[in-house]
Design a protein around this ligand. Structure first.
Ligand code: GRF
Length: 205
C-alpha cells in the first residue's frame, strides 16, 4: 500500500447488507477512509444501499458455465481501478479462488457468525442451538484458500440464553457485528497506514 491519505475499502456483499450499511454509516468518508466501490454478485439490497449513498457499485452476477477462476479473474480486473487497500467481505456468498486470494495478500477480510474454528459454513446459529452451546459469537478473519479459514483478527462472544432460537441469535449477533466490524476495520486501517508510512517508497517505479 502506498503512503497516501485516503484508505480505500471495496466491500463485497451479496445479500441484505446490514453489515455493509453499518460500514457505510460508520466509516465512509470518516477519518480518511472511503468505500471506493461496492460489488454484489446478486441483485440485492446491497446495491440499493450503494446507490442510496452514491457509492460506485458493480453488479457482477455469475454467468452460466463461468468457472470460479474466470469469475474471479474478471472480479480482480474490475477491482483494480478502485485500488483497494482492504477488500471487505460482508455477507458475500461466494468462495474466492486461491488465485484471487493470492493477488491480495493480507488484504481480504471476512466476518463469520461463529466462534471460529467452530461452525465453519452455513446455519451457524441453528448449529449452536442444536449443540446446546452456552456461548456463541462472531469472528473477523483474513481470508485464505479454506472456507472460513485464515488468521483470526478478532472475536466477540455472547451468552446463549435458555429461550434463544436461531432467529434471536442471528439478531443478537448482527447487532454486535454492526459495531464490531467497523471498529475492527478502523483499527486495521490505522495499523496498515502506519506500517505503510514506515515502508520506504521506491521512486524508481
Ligand atoms: C452476517 O451475519 C455475517 O456474519 C455473515 O453473513 C451475514 C450477513 O448479513 N458473513 P448482512 O447481509 O450484513 O445483513
Amino acid at each position: 500500500m502506498a503512503n497516501k491519505s485516503i484508505f480505500k475499502l471495496v466491500v463485497l456483499s451479496s445479500g441484505y447488507g446490514s453489515n455493509l450499511q453499518a460500514i457505510i454509516d460508520q466509516l465512509h468518508n470518516e477519518d480518511g477512509i472511503e468505500i471506493s466501490a461496492i460489488i454484489s454478485d446478486k441483485a440485492s439490497e446491497s446495491i440499493t444501499r450503494a446507490l442510496n449513498h452514491n457509492i460506485p457499485c458493480l453488479y457482477l452476477p455469475r454467468q452460466k458455465k463461468q468457472t470460479r477462476e474466470a469469475y474471479d479473474q474478471l472480479l480482480s480486473e474490475l477491482l483494480k481501478p478502485f485500488s483497494p487497500d482492504l477488500i471487505v467481505l460482508a455477507g458475500f456468498m461466494r468462495i474466492l479462488s486461491p488465485a484471487f486470494i493470492q493477488r491480495f495478500p493480507q488484504q481480504i477480510i471476512n466476518i463469520h457468525p461463529s466462534l471460529l474454528p467452530k461452525y465453519k459454513g452455513l446455519n451457524t446459529h441453528q448449529r449452536v442451538i442444536d449443540a446446546k452451546d452456552k456461548i456463541h459469537g462472531t469472528t473477523i478473519h483474513y481470508v485464505d484458500e479454506h472456507l472460513d479459514g485464515g488468521k483470526i483478527i478478532a472475536q466477540k462472544r455472547i451468552d446463549v440464553l435458555p429461550f434463544d432460537t436461531a432467529e434471536t441469535l442471528e439478531q443478537a449477533i448482527k447487532s454486535l457485528e454492526h459495531v464490531f466490524y467497523s471498529a475492527t476495520i478502523h483499527k486495521l486501517a490505522t495499523k496498515m497506514r502506519s506500517n505503510a508510512s514506515l515502508t520506504p517508497v521506491n521512486n524508481d517505479n
